[in-house]
Design a protein around this ligand. Structure first.
Ligand code: KE4
Length: 432
């Protein structure tokens, strides 16, 4: 079934002469699945429409922010009325206080919060804060964890669990990753070993409490609790990077869902309602180290931008309404369980990991509980699935190592149509 991608292709050809790789963020270039990216013209509810007029049920949801789908009228109205009063003032506004209070009331471990403009900025600032507060330099992250593109976190594992990091990108000087220790996810013993070796020089441990960037990988029982215990014993700052999971897996995020409280939390995506927004927050005694109340500097021209704050406030108001998370749980399960069943009944080797309304169908027979097990997935099969579903009007992440998201606007009919197409694709996969 061939769709017409002509205008997308000509736009991509032009974009590549003007923008590196033709995209403003690498994952959009379809490099992991091959082929050329589609250019989107508009979105409405669960659907996106590309520049050639093709329509897709969207399971990327802009990589997580769109928990109420595209162009939700209440969020559009909130942004419009804010814009009519002015785009930005470079001065404080009442709305920033309202959103800060909503976040503090929602997220169990957050006493104070600073708004910034992206998840990267939130994480970069939280790491600097942890280092300033503890006067220690080393950090622990996990293989397959992605926390934005700040230098210290573009680091890959050394040979052993406790060897120090090496740059995972050109342009990152080795001295900026030498203090980054990278450990396999869900391996609490490896964390204990690294802390025993470096304990008094570790400022923080940062992780996605539910991994989304190796595909969806939930924490094993006891993993988050073990990290909490180790950090408390060694005065290490525990940072939950909830840029994806914040307000996604529960109104209070993964820390509410799993009952483990970090010392700092980074947020983004959903709290901006689709506009540029990030935030970091946590215990008052740590947050008061942030300038101008403390010595850790961080600043931003558009931090707390009135339009993004208005979209965030309306989004959180809607999330507080009864039944929203039950609906997301139900729709998330319908998609993930349905896809796994479609694969199983066609004899395809694929199974799913899911937490609430975020899931990943891994094309491997192995249990996926960390990055090395995620990498046993057959990425060529995933690419085949991705393109055959795209041709049928269903837009999944253009990478095996990302999450699929459902919104409240994904209807039962959308999901049933998705599963029917998937059954068809798994049948053709068998024959190919
Ligand atoms: P941004 O700077 O992209 O707003 O956030 C960085 C970030 C931080 N922490 C986590 C857990 C994240 O998932 C992200 C960004 N997520 C990716 C996709 N999983 C964004 C997509 C992209 O890079 O284009």
């Amino acid at each position: 079934m061939q769709l017409d991608f002509e205008r997308s292709q000509s736009l991509f050809n032009k974009a590549q002469t003007l923008i590196p790789g033709g995209v403003n963020s690498p994952v959009r270039a379809f490099k992991s699945v091959g082929g050329q990216p589609v250019f989107i013209n508009s979105g409405q509810g669960s659907r996106m429409f590309d520049v050639d007029g093709n329509s897709y049920v969207d399971y990327v949801c802009s990589w997580g922010p769109l928990i109420f789908g595209h162009a939700h009228p209440r969020i559009v109205a909130a942004i419009t009325s804010a814009a009519e009063k002015g785009m930005t003032f470079g001065a404080s506004t009442e709305a920033e206080v309202v959103l800060a209070e909503m976040i503090v009331q929602a997220v169990p471990s957050v006493d104070m919060v600073r708004l910034v403009s992206s998840g990267t900025e939130a994480v970069m600032s939280a790491i600097r804060l942890a280092r300033g507060y503890t006067r220690r330099d080393k950090i622990i992250k996990f293989e397959g964890g992605y926390h934005g593109h700040s230098d210290s976190l573009l680091s890959k594992a050394g040979s052993g669990v406790a060897t120090l990091g090496m740059p995972d990108s050109a342009g990152v000087p080795p001295n900026l990753t030498v203090d980054t220790i990278t450990i396999p996810y869900n391996n609490i013993e490896a964390v204990r070993a690294a802390v025993a070796l470096h304990s008094k020089s570790i400022a923080c441990i940062i992780l996605e409490p539910v991994a989304g960037n190796m595909g969806v990988v939930p924490p094993k029982a006891g993993f988050l609790e073990g990290l909490r215990e180790i950090c408390s014993e060694n005065e290490i700052v525990l940072i939950f990077d909830e840029v994806i999971t914040g307000f996604r897996v529960a109104y209070g995020g993964a820390q509410e869902r799993f009952g483990v409280l970090p010392d700092l939390t980074t947020m983004g995506k959903i709290i901006g309602g689709g506009l540029p927004m990030g935030a970091y927050g946590g215990r008052r005694e740590i947050m008061e180290f942030v300038a101008p109340s403390g010595p850790v500097y961080q600043a931003g021209t558009l931090s707390g931008n009135p339009l993004a704050v208005a979209a965030g406030i309306e989004t959180l108001r809607m999330l507080k309404e009864p039944g929203v998370y039950d609906e997301l749980e139900e729709k998330g399960a319908a998609l993930a369980d349905g896809l796994a069943e479609a694969a199983r009944s066609a004899g395809a080797t694929a199974h799913g990991n899911r937490v609430s309304s975020m899931s990943t169908l891994f094309f491997t027979a192995e249990e996926v509980f960390n990055y090395s097990s995620a990498k046993t997935s057959d990425t060529a099969q995933y690419a085949y699935f991705f393109h055959r579903m795209l041709e049928r009007g269903f837009y999944f992440a253009p990478s095996q190592f990302e999450a699929a998201f459902v919104s409240t606007t994904h209807s039962a009919a959308d999901i049933e149509a998705t599963l029917s197409a998937a059954r068809d694709v798994f049948e053709t996969m068998k024959k190919s």
